[in-house]
Design a protein around this ligand. Structure first.
Ligand code: NAD
Ligand code: DAU
Length: 354
């Protein structure tokens, strides 16, 4: 039985990953270490209740004593680090926590894995172990109108968020280059799907449309993101951890580039039809002040993961967006819970004066 330490899996992608892995593998242990920040939500993991293959531990990836204890208790084969502060706008408002979790937290995990898996005298690593860092296309910076991010594209991050993720990537690479640690790094494009916190574009727009609230589009709305259905990302992570060549970086993306304004218009149209509500129109759109340092375009070249591991995206955007909107319509209670309390304060502070 393979034993995984998975971090940050009460969040969006992590919780989807837990369900993906439990569906796919009978014989598996997933120990899920999550601090339960504003973005972590045990409601995301309700479907794991009573399943002994998933163990939840509330805690911080920066807590070395706790992580060491977990390694001693479970003798992990794999570490997959999803845990992060993940929202670019929050990183612009408050960069420090991004350094703590995304950089120091990653280094703590690397150190604990090294202490558990590395034989210092023989300079060998325990067989079959691997550390996988879940990174992002944002570490590459922004593209012009042409070309794609390749694994060989130099890192050139712009926001405090992407800078912290790039720094973490350098540390992961450094543990490989210096100590020979068995690692992989995945760099994925924008995910969408169930359980995404409504500070991010698609769930925020769904939430606001349903309430007939203004839809804040930053600047001209012509920034381009490359959208991937979350389950396709989960599949890629599983393939990389179980088949990726040691030391390699894999880009993950579906060649599904769209300007933000088109995404917003798609959400409007879908919800108008689904809810049979003609008052849901593009008049809800408000062009607001642009994000500082806003990257204009991201676009992933996924050739390497396709050729080397046989990964391919299974969910076209037209289907994925319907699945996503259906999920949010069917999970009103989830949305009500996450948008009550502090969410209101966050929303007012983030969009005030814009
Ligand atoms: P998220 O914000 O939804 O979830 C992050 C999770 O990490 C939360 O459950 C939170 O409680 C937990 N966490 C935060 N700080 C922690 C700490 N110090 N210790 C333990 N747990 C902590 O994020 P997400 O969108 O699911 O992203 C997951 C990972 O994937 C991140 O590393 C992110 O950089 C990366 N990524 C995200 C996307 C995307 O489009 N969302 C795309 C590519 C890569
Ligand atoms: O590219 C991968 C990254 O995608 C991940 O690494 C990040 O963790 C994830 O948050 C996401 O970053 P983005 O900044 O691209 O996602 P976000 O949903 O915040 O914004 C998507 C685009 O929509 C971006 O160009 C900003 C714009 N936007 C966003 C919000 C929240 C708006 O125009 N209005 C909004 O209200």
């Amino acid at each position: 039985m393979k034993k995984y330490l998975i971090t940050g899996c009460a969040g969006f992608i992590g919780s989807n990953f837990v369900y993906y892995m439990l569906r796919k593998y009978e014989d598996i242990l997933l120990v899920n270490l999550d601090k339960l920040t504003y973005a972590g939500n045990l409601e995301n993991l309700k479907g794991t209740e009573g399943d002994s293959r998933h163990v939840f531990v509330q805690g911080d990836i920066c807590d070395k004593a706790l992580v060491t204890e977990l390694f001693q208790k479970y003798d992990f084969d794999y570490v997959i680090n999803f845990a992060a502060e993940s929202h670019v706008d929050r990183s612009i408002a408050n960069p420090e926590i991004f350094v703590e979790t995304n950089v120091l937290g990653t280094v703590t995990l690397l150190q604990c894995a090294k202490e558990a898996w590395y034989n210092t005298e023989a300079r060998t690593w325990k067989d079959g172990t691997k550390y996988l860092q879940v990174s992002t296309d944002e570490v590459y910076g922004a593209l012009g109108t042409e070309g794609y991010f390749m694994e060989t594209t130099p890192l050139n991050p712009h926001s405090p968020y992407s800078s912290s993720k790039a720094s973490a990537d350098h540390f992961v690479q450094a543990f490989h280059d210096t100590y020979g640690m068995p690692i992989n790094i995945t760099r994925c494009s924008n995910n969408y799907g169930p359980y995404q916190f409504p500070e991010k574009l698609i769930p925020l727009m769904i939430h606001n449309v349903k309430q007939h609230k203004p839809l804040p589009v930053y600047g001209d709305g012509m920034q381009i993101r490359d959208w991937l259905y979350v389950e396709d990302h989960c599949k890629a992570i599983d393939m990389v951890v179980n088949g990726g060549k040691i030391g390699e970086v894999y880009n993950v993306g579906a060649h599904n580039e769209r300007p933000n304004i088109l995404i917003v218009k798609t959400v409007i149209e879908q919800l108008r039809n689904r809810l049979r509500d003609d008052s849901i129109t593009e008049d809800l759109i408000r062009h607001v002040e642009d994000r500082l340092g806003h990257d204009r375009r991201y676009g992933i070249d996924p050739t390497k993961i396709k050729n080397d591991l046989g990964w391919y995206p299974e969910t076209p955007f037209e289907r994925g967006i319907v699945l996503t909107i259906d999920w949010y319509l069917q999970n009103e209670e989830w949305m009500n819970h996450v948008t009550s309390g502090n969410y209101q304060k966050y929303y007012e502070a983030m969009y005030k004066g814009k």
